[in-house]
Design a protein around this ligand. Structure first.
Ligand code: FES
Ligand code: FES
Length: 155
């Protein structure tokens, strides 16, 4: 077992974990952040995307021990004082979700995308989200939501 400590959504956690435990398993099973979901477990779908020190990562492709000493933000850490994060609001207003399974990862990736490029073209949004799959194929509204968030339409 390995002893790890990290901040998740602003709170500190210290745990003993198997060295082989994936970060997504740690977040869901030990920390209780079940808003981060597993779609494929193979690094393909992006449903498990979280932020590690502010940058998006696929948490099924990292071990929990690799996040030792770092800061993780999940979809559950985005809202403040009961208010949705602007990107969550933009997805809501632009119907950027259908079944919603991909949504946590899409939102985490979209926030990172805008941090890198605050005014992306539609092609740049599609490129930035190419590692995130929506099985409902609702991409048009997802792109619209990210564009709205970039423009600040939801604020
Ligand atoms: S569950 Fe991690 S990329 Fe699909
Ligand atoms: S909304 Fe259904 S998988 Fe994306």
């Amino acid at each position: 077992m390995s002893r790890i400590s990290m901040k998740v959504d602003g709170n500190s956690y210290v745990d003993e974990v198997e060295p082989r435990m994936l970060l997504v398993q740690y977040l869901r099973e030990l920390v209780g952040k079940t808003g981060t979901v597993v779609g494929c477990d193979t690094g393909n779908c992006g449903a498990c995307t979280v932020h590690l020190d502010g940058r998006s990562v696929k948490s099924c492709s990292l071990l929990a021990v690799q996040a030792d000493g770092h800061e993780v933000t999940t979809i559950e850490g985005l809202g403040t004082n009961g208010e949705l994060h602007p990107m969550q609001q933009a997805f809501h207003e632009n119907h950027g979700l259908q079944c919603g399974y991909c949504t946590p990862g899409m939102i985490m990736q979209s926030i990172d995308l805008l941090a890198e490029n605050p005014d992306p073209s539609d092609d740049e949004i599609r490129l930035g989200l190419e590692g995130n799959l929506c099985r409902c194929t609702g991409y048009q509204n997802i792109v619209r939501a990210v564009r709205a968030a970039a423009a600040g339409d939801d604020r």
